[in-house]
Ligand binder design. Structure first.
Ligand SMILES: Nc1nc2c([nH]c(=O)n2[C@H]2C[C@H](O)[C@@H](COP(=O)(O)OP(=O)(O)OP(=O)(O)O)O2)c(=O)[nH]1
Length: 138
């Protein structure tokens, strides 16, 4: 991560199909923050990479699915103990509606209403409530 004042940009895909979202538990990689928490597919932007492209790239790398981004839902800036992050959340869907995440990816389809009951990184809280329908989207 960068210094305390410079935010790390992150692209995140909210990949939806039939009212379900793709999530997995964060893997226990040494040095990787918040292992075991649930997460949406996503990751850090490469230098000069727009967050939308980072979200598409990370969705492909992590789940094996080609996704189409439909819109940017939200930008949340959050300070974790490991650094300041700028989280760009995008609504997305699989380009091939019948495609499934790679079996060894750990990603599962979970109903939107289940999301607020799972433990995600704390910056995700407003997104989870919104996707579950308890608060309107902006
Ligand atoms: N992927 C993902 N990251 C999230 C979510 N919510 C949230 O706060 N984050 C934060 C955690 C991290 O600070 C940052 C993503 O970093 P990461 O370590 O997962 O990214 P990466 O895959 O590029 O990591 P690496 O290549 O360095 O291993 O965004 C989420 O729902 N999904």
């Amino acid at each position: 991560m960068r210094g305390p004042t410079e935010a790390t940009r992150v692209g995140i895909g909210l990949v939806r199909r039939d009212g379900r979202y793709l999530i997995r538990r964060r893997p226990p990689i040494p040095g990787s923050p918040m292992p075991g928490l649930w997460e949406f597919p996503g990751g850090k932007c490469e230098p000069g990479e727009p967050p939308e492209l980072a979200a598409r790239r990370e969705c492909l790398e992590e789940t094996g699915l080609v996704v189409e981004i439909s819109r940017k839902r939200r930008l949340i800036t959050h300070r974790y103990p490991h650094g300041l992050v700028e989280l760009h959340y995008f609504d997305a869907r699989p380009a091939d509606p019948s495609s499934e995440p790679a079996p060894d990816s750990g990603f599962l389809w979970v109903p939107a209403g289940t999301l607020p009951g799972l433990t995600f990184p704390e910056a995700n809280a407003p997104i989870l409530a919104e996707l579950a329908g308890s608060v309107p989207s902006p």
